[in-house]
Write a new protein. Structure first.
Length: 246
């Protein structure tokens, strides 16, 4: 293809020269029309010739290395000595004690007439109406026995307040915290089963409003119920007793 454009380029130049001498030889009326047609053809074929020209390649330079005669290696005692082993670097200590260990200790030291035991902790992504990346933390506690309803509410309120104060400032930084108290319940047919009997919940915004040093934790359930009425259902604070606690 490159050779064809070269031939056409040369023919266009020849035609231009001939037409400049006598336009009728190239079947054109004037020298101006000769310059227009053949001049344009020369320019076009010159560009096409340049585009289709393959780039010149420089000759490859092959480097040669002179091989020196092989010399026997001299082994010294230092070369046979194994390299010292690098001392492993210890991982940095965590910024705070393990949260679950802390929660177990709080539940184990709970006071009152309600017998409780730590059960589990769960962290998961929060609901879509929370800020992006928010976490929801749930602490489960078993209740084995209690004195009466009033004592149960006061005791679980004190414990829930302590668990809230341990989880909200933790490195997990949850937005919503739930404390689920589980216990054995009996239905109307006499069947017993493990059920959630009370749920305390709070969000970090409500938590930040409370002066915990002056707050009476025994009234936490009533306080959260009032906050739920003020802020609206599903906003964060709530205290729900799901079983018939006598």
């Amino acid at each position: 293809m490159n050779s064809l454009f070269l031939a056409l380029f040369l023919l266009a130049i020849a035609g231009w020269i001939v037409g400049a001498i006598k336009p009728s030889w190239v079947k054109l009326p004037t020298r101006k029309s000769v310059s227009m047609w053949f001049g344009g053809a020369v320019l076009v074929f010159f560009i096409l010739f340049g585009v289709t020209s393959s780039p010149s390649t420089a000759p490859a330079i092959v480097a040669t290395t002179e091989v020196s005669p092989e010399v026997p290696a001299v082994t010294t005692q230092q070369e046979n000595t194994p390299a010292p082993t690098a001392t492993p670097v210890a991982a940095p200590a965590p910024a705070q004690p393990d949260l679950e260990t802390t929660l177990k200790g709080i539940v184990a030291k709970a006071t009152g007439t309600t017998d409780v035991a730590y059960r589990s902790i769960e962290i998961e992504n929060d609901d879509s109406d929370r800020p992006a990346g928010s976490k929801m933390l749930t602490v489960d506690v078993n209740v084995t026995s209690f004195y009466n309803r009033d004592a149960f509410i006061k005791d679980t309120g004190k414990l829930a307040a302590q668990l809230f104060q341990a989880t909200v400032p933790s490195s997990l930084k949850p937005y919503d915290i739930f404390i689920w108290f589980h216990g054995e319940t009996t239905d109307r047919y006499g069947n017993k089963k493990d059920s959630v009997i009370t749920v305390y919940s709070i969000d970090k915004v409500t938590y930040a409003k409370i002066n915990w040093s002056n707050f009476d934790p025994k009234t936490l359930c009533d306080f959260l119920k009032q906050e739920e009425k003020i802020q609206g259902v599903g906003t964060g604070p709530s205290c729900t007793i799901t079983a018939n606690v006598q």
